[in-house]
Design a protein around this ligand. Structure first.
Ligand code: FES
Ligand SMILES: [Fe+2]
Length: 381
């Protein structure tokens, strides 16, 4: 087995796209490599955890996972959105799961009570404990920030700000009015593959005519990776007629009124490193977040968003169902191919492959990962 933490192992990956080879297959299942990814990537970057509109009123909450840390996002009584470790300060029990609304967090183990701002308000039974003061045991708050209505969190206090992480993305997407969108549906699926396979698949269109041959392959699409900006973001722009958010033949909502130029004539697929993705069509957007659960297990959270004006229409649910159907048919096609690929890569006979010109982002992403897990490439010459 190659030394996965030696720069020399990745010499071929470091070459230009059309000369390069992919990651060693063992990077997709080795526990030590996976652990290093958690430490150097997921513990340090920003992850999309949900939408602010999912926290419309005080007490609304949802849970999410940041690397190995369970967290809960909540709107407190002052209207501030906060993200906390989803762990009781007594003996660590998660306080909540899923989403909902509550007036305070009451631990399911011994009923310690935390206010929505994280302060510990009640700890019955602790009266005799020496030097125990409620104010010393608030919930642990996690760094959070938002953009376009999307809430992100980061475990690393020394990481760049979210604004620096996103670079010029907010400016490039301002005309989509993302902050005026509403999340109308969230689905979660556990896929038996390494997180990288799912993200790589999402960021290339090469597989569409094979994997999605009977569903979305008919549309004529010109696929163009965009120049990376200063942020930790890579993106593909696809020029085409109509929307990519529906199956062929279905009719939907009108395009977003504020779009012009390229945005009105195609779709964007973005990866905000490491594993937060946006599919931006002319009439709807989805966010997709891959949460690694283990070297060969990934949770995919898909959130569907529409402009608020669409959600207020009497026929919203009827039309939105067509958008959901599109994704409910095509995402399982991606899940299945990623699971199949995982089985192939687990073989001791598996070898690194080569890239097509259509896999520019896969190559960029794999290099980004090795920059963090092993270190930046040494300058040539
Ligand atoms: S673990 Fe939460 S009250 Fe004991
Ligand atoms: Fe796909």
């Amino acid at each position: 087995m190659p030394d996965l933490f030696d720069q020399a192992t990745y010499a071929d990956l470091r070459k230009p796209l059309l000369d390069a080879s992919g990651l060693p297959p063992v990077c997709y299942h080795d526990p030590a490599f996976y652990r290093r990814e958690l430490e150097t990537i997921f513990a340090r970057g920003w992850t999309l955890i949900g939408r602010l509109d999912q926290l419309a009123t005080a007490g609304d909450y949802f849970t999410a996972t940041l690397g190995e840390a369970g967290v809960v996002a909540v709107r407190d009584n002052d209207g501030t959105v906060r993200v906390f470790a989803n762990a009781c300060r007594h003996r660590g029990t998660p306080l909540v799961s899923g989403s909902g609304n509550l007036r305070s967090f009451i631990c399911p183990y011994h009923s310690w009570i935390f206010a929505l701002d994280g302060s510990l308000r009640g700890a019955g039974g602790m009266e005799q404990t020496a030097d125990f003061r409620l104010e010393d045991y608030p919930l642990i708050e996690v760094r959070s920030a938002d953009w376009g209505g999307f809430l992100f969190a980061c475990l690393d206090e020394s990481a760049p700000t979210l604004a620096a992480w996103l670079g010029d993305l907010p400016g490039r997407l301002s005309h989509y009015r993302l902050e005026e969108m509403v999340a109308t549906r969230v689905s979660r699926t556990i896929v038996a593959c390494n997180w990288k396979l799912w993200v790589e698949n999402f960021m290339e269109g090469y597989h569409i005519s094979t994997v999605h041959r009977s569903t979305i392959s008919k549309q004529k699409v010109v696929n163009m990776p965009e120049d990376p900006g200063p942020g930790q973001v890579v993106s593909i722009y696809e020029r085409h007629e109509g929307t990519r958010a529906l199956l062929q033949g279905d009719s939907g909502f009108p395009p977003i009124e504020t779009l012009a130029g390229d945005s009105a004539a195609g779709s964007r697929f973005l990866l905000i490193y490491p594993s937060s993705m946006l599919a931006i069509a002319v009439d709807a957007i989805w966010s997709l977040v891959c949460t690694p659960l283990g070297p060969e297990s990934t949770e995919v959270t898909a959130t569907y968003c529409f402009p608020k004006s669409r959600t207020e229409r009497a026929d919203f649910e009827e039309i939105a169902a067509r958008y959901y159907r599109r994704v409910d048919i095509t995402l399982p096609e991606d899940d299945s191919i990623c699971e199949l690929q995982q089985r192939g890569l687990r073989s001791p006979l598996a070898r690194p492959g080569r890239f097509s010109a259509k896999e520019k982002i896969v190559h960029a992403m794999d290099n980004w990962i090795i920059d963090r897990v092993v270190g930046p490439a040494e300058p040539i010459g």
